[in-house]
Ligand binder design. Sequence first.
Ligand code: DGT
Ligand code: CA
Ligand code: CA
Length: 558
Amino acid sequence: MRNKEVSKILSNIARFLAMDNVAFKPQAYERAALGIESMEEDIENLYSEKKLKTIPGVGEGIAKAIEEYLKTGTIRIYEEYKKKLPIDLDALTALEGLGAKRARVLYQKLKIRSIKDLERAAKNHKIAPVFGFGEKTEKNILEGIQFLKRDKGRFLLGDIMPTVKDVFDRLASLKEVKKISLAGSLRRMKETIGDGDILIVSTFPSKVVNAFINFPGVEKVWAKGSTKASVRMKEGFDIDLRIVPAKSYGSALQYFTGSKDHNIRTRLRAMEKGLKLNEYGVFRGSKMIAGRTEKEVYSAIGLPFIPPELREDHGELNFPLPSLVEMKDIKGDLHCHSDWDGGSDSIKDMASYADSLGYEYLGIADHTKFLRIEHGLDEKQLLKQREAVKKITSFKVIQGCETNILTNGTCDIKDSVLSQLDYVIAGVHSQMKMTKEEMTDRIIRAMKNPHIDIIAHPTGRLIQRRDEFLLDFDKILRAAKETGTILEINSNPLRLDLKDVNIRRAREAGVKMVINTDSHQKEQMELMEYGVAQARRGWAEKKDIVNTYSLNKLLECL
Ligand code: DGT
Ligand code: CA
Ligand code: CA
């Protein structure tokens, strides 16, 4: 499958086109890139069947570009753009607030090509005087760089999971592979990942190792032994592979899933029982008493099976374990954007995608007018949209909106219109730097508006890019409980907001939550799995999450 590379190059071209202020084309390239990235079919097959134009966003021009890429390994206009603008666009635009256009200005004015150049310029106060930048931007750039440094070498779960899944599927299809599992932080679904870990049982380890190190996308081989290997993928992260005998699979999986702190606890627990636990098994003296399955291993040391997401030494050996919410419990997604606010897909298309995911209902919550860059809807448009939603009968769609909590805690849509919608989401999208007291009061004031049901991405963080708001979270929880406001668990891998520890606090405070994807394109609804994983890491059960409810019960609490 070369889908990912094709998608990447199209999306890069989109950015270059956008920088050149070309109209419409960038959106088409971006849309094509997203479509290709998320589709199941192999792009090369579609090409050989002359069906490229069935991909959303792909017209004559883009089809030609794809053909050129598949044949020559690059696209001429892309090479030309790169020559004109020889900068590390990916790294630079990874900084919060620095888009492609601004990166180009910095190159033209200050010859900034890399993060290093950028940092030097910002420290020497060269950025602020550039037209359109200013002191504040310069400060934000420096802060952003500090963020990158702090998390150096860690990757967003959602960025690396698709590649690891590819590798996993390739391994799983080898006939020499008898058992396979993700391990490490990936299996625990941590929000950021140092490296990927995969564990295998095989009848012919050296064959598996050889196949693995020759997979497409493997850029470097760090180490290769008879039962393990470690490689660097071209996306820049590493994958460790280990092959173990069947009789130790459970104990090895337990060991390599971690976390380290959880492992220390389990080993101590074993010792208290006069046993020894290591990656080879559970032993009484020299006799091995368990090791084949994880369940057997936990049971031998007197513990129930502990779901991987809980293995963080957060009390999982001592508390009664929750019965965690699962993907299959999710009945709908309540935070999805349509083409009414500039999202990619019509309400109808979003609805049929929700249907294909096996959901019972879909909530459309478009941005509202304060967010002009997001084409936010005003009162009139919301009411018009309401009529449009009513006409959809093929799937149950409910209509909300994602209104903006303004600095004083009021929101940008009149109550008389909010009251007509099925539900209302509210979120902070501006003025994020307020004192703790101000920000807490701002959000609580919004919660007290009887029309507001859900607070979107409540703490405002962007992982590795932007800190949480300063918030008195206990106060927020008390207010949520009092007003019956639901807190969102936003599934976007860059947000995961609420995060695990806050989910646990919310649950303990008796505050309900909703797991949403905040999709601006139908395929993004698949991000739900990251939100569910985060909820599980926060010990959440089905009853804590309102979009596990049937529609009637859901509407009652909205
Ligand atoms: P990461 O890769 O930084 O996101 O985090 P992990 O948890 O995947 O860590 P990694 O890849 O270094 O090792 C995988 C697992 O192997 C880890 O979760 C627990 C186990 N492990 C590795 N080194 C040690 C160790 O020194 N002591 C113990 N008890 N376990 C270890
Ligand atoms: Ca790891
Ligand atoms: Ca590792």
